[in-house]
Ligand binder design. Structure first.
Ligand code: GDP
Length: 526
């Protein structure tokens, strides 16, 4: 720590207008204070592609500072933390005077892609801020520590050790709740849904839907509640999105949360959090933009790769176009229709001067302007095929400037080197001026959110069932649509109105909660 003192003279821009504190060393996490230099110069011109500059509100900054103090006061190595762990071990759910000042939220990581995991962590963080809980992140094979710097000064957000993994020198992990990755799912007896179903929590009204939730028997009250919030969660688990259940959860010393989604639009819909959220984010559609920039700082190895690639391939261009092509099905051969969709989007929206037909080549080449030739294209995809085709097309007019950092072939769950490449590509995309992304993809959501770029989204009506090369579909009419905001889509919201006790159209509840462009049943803030 003493060898890496905080730098002096950090500018407001380096501190992201106060989002970050100046308390960290620079050498151990270079991305934290270098990040802004890759984005600051992109806020200047007034074209429809430029990104607006979102300033965090003073209220958000105050909440972050308060939260950092909670993390320091209650985090690992403190007396309240030791007492809370003791309580967890004892199985007693009623907070004692030792433990009531600190309550905890453990975010469980599991085998989902990095984009999903980052959205889940950001959601858990915001929930922790709203509820005054200390956030501890569980790691899926050391992923968090290997990819991200610590976000809170003077403490760690990492759960003590990967649960269920024995220490090499004997004994087992110090967190007492078993294997978090595998032991908790919708059938867990400690889930909010099952506690409601089995009347451990009693709520007035039919099916636990009333407005007075209490523990049926405080003797039976568990020391923790598991929140099962992953896509496909059932009616009872979704009651998490009710004020009354939030009031009850407030008293639980420990909460475990497992989600693969961006829950934030659902938190805005909860009346008990709405006022706070609206004060924290007067520009509501910049919530992830701020949370993501506050929370995620790639470790030095990843950041060096980002800087090196950017410097060698993108920095010299006057304008950078990022194209993110995501094929969801495993082992899928290249899909001509998807390539056609990309090319058609890029042409139609005039993002790149591509020829319409091969025979137009000479005409377009001679008429393409010098600014067209000053564009660099970044393609990210698991396959190199799309990149090669796009490069062929673009070379007809501008002679090159198309780049792809990696083509990993397939998604590799639990492989940290693979995740590091994915993270660096999300950041490279976020450094572009314009983005074309594939609908449904959380990988794209992270890039657009960090960068503050409203992307052109290519709809994928049925991502899990894309056409095969043999059975091509007719090209879609509209190859891409401009996203209404930089916010990620919440793919699995609860439609249930807890007061009215019926499902409602969520897009009619608040003016800024809308249907997502890419997922017809999802909601986003815009
Ligand atoms: P989503 O599945 O598109 O919502 O995004 P996720 O990030 O959750 O999961 C996809 C995972 O596949 C990524 O985290 C990467 O591991 C891998 N992946 C998908 N597309 C790319 C890509 O363009 N580049 C790299 N390096 N990895 C990718």
């Amino acid at each position: 720590f003493f060898q890496d003192p905080p730098p002096s003279n950090l500018t407001a821009s380096q501190l992201l207008d106060g989002l970050l504190t100046a308390d960290f060393g620079h050498r151990s996490c270079q991305s934290r204070y270098e990040f802004s230099s890759y984005y600051a110069n992109k806020t200047n011109n007034a074209t429809s592609h430029s990104r607006p500059h979102h300033k965090p509100s003073p209220y958000l900054l105050a909440k972050l500072r308060t939260h950092e103090a909670i993390q320091r006061r209650c985090g690992q190595g403190t007396a309240p933390y030791a007492a809370a762990i003791q309580q967890l071990k004892s199985g007693n759910g009623v907070a004692s005077t030792d433990t009531e000042e600190c309550r905890y939220l453990v975010s469980i990581s599991y085998d989902r892609g990095l984009g999903n995991r980052m959205l889940a962590t950001a959601s858990a963080f915001l929930y922790a801020v709203l509820t005054g809980r200390t956030l501890l992140v569980h790691q899926y094979k050391h992923d968090v520590g290997a990819l991200f710097c610590e976000p809170f000064p003077g403490t760690t957000w990492l759960l003590p050790s990967p649960s269920g993994w024995p220490w090499p020198w004997g004994g087992s992990s110090s967190f007492p709740l078993g294997n978090l990755r595998d032991d908790y799912d919708g059938s867990s007896s400690s889930s909010l849904g099952n506690l409601l179903k089995h009347n451990v929590i009693s709520v007035s009204g039919p099916q636990g839907q009333g407005n007075n939730a209490t523990w049926a028997d405080s003797e039976q009250r568990p020391p923790y509640v598991y929140l099962h919030l992953e896509g496909g969660f059932d009616f009872f688990d979704k009651l998490f999105f009710c004020d009354e259940h939030q009031r009850l959860l407030h008293g639980a010393p420990w909460l475990l949360m497992k989600t693969d989604s961006y829950l934030v639009p659902g938190l805005f819909l909860l009346p008990c959090f709405r006022g706070e959220l609206e004060r924290m984010f007067p520009e509501k559609d910049a919530a992830f933009h701020h949370i993501g920039r506050y929370l995620f700082h790639p470790v030095n190895d990843v950041w060096s790769a980002v800087k090196g690639y950017y410097g060698a391939n993108l920095a010299g261009a006057g304008h950078r176009v990022g194209i993110q092509i995501r094929v969801f099905q495993k082992g899928k051969a290249p899909v001509q229709r998807l390539l056609d969709q990309v090319l058609s989007c890029v042409r139609r929206e005039k993002l790149l001067p591509l020829p319409d037909h091969d025979d137009d080549q000479s005409q377009i080449t001679s008429s393409s302007s010098s600014s067209d030739k000053d564009k660099a294209v970044l393609v990210t995809s698991l396959s190199s095929w799309y990149y090669e085709r796009i490069r062929e097309e673009y070379s007809k007019v501008a002679g090159g400037g198309v780049h792809q950092p990696s083509h990993e072939g397939r998604q590799k769950s639990g492989d940290t080197t693979h995740d590091a490449r994915a993270l660096s590509e999300m950041y490279l995309l976020s450094m572009c001026d314009v983005l074309v992304t594939t609908g449904f993809s959380t990988f794209g959501y992270v890039a657009q959110g960090i960068g503050g770029i409203r992307p052109w989204i290519m709809p994928t009506p049925d991502p899990w069932n894309m056409p095969t090369p043999e059975k091509e579909e007719a090209p879609v009419d509209r190859p891409c649509v401009r996203a209404s905001s930089v916010e990620p889509c919440f793919h699995s919201p609860s439609y249930y109105d807890c007061k009215a006790r019926r499902d409602v159209d969520l897009t009619k509840v608040l003016p800024y909660v809308r249907r997502c462009e890419d997922v017809s049943w999802g909601i986003k803030i815009a």
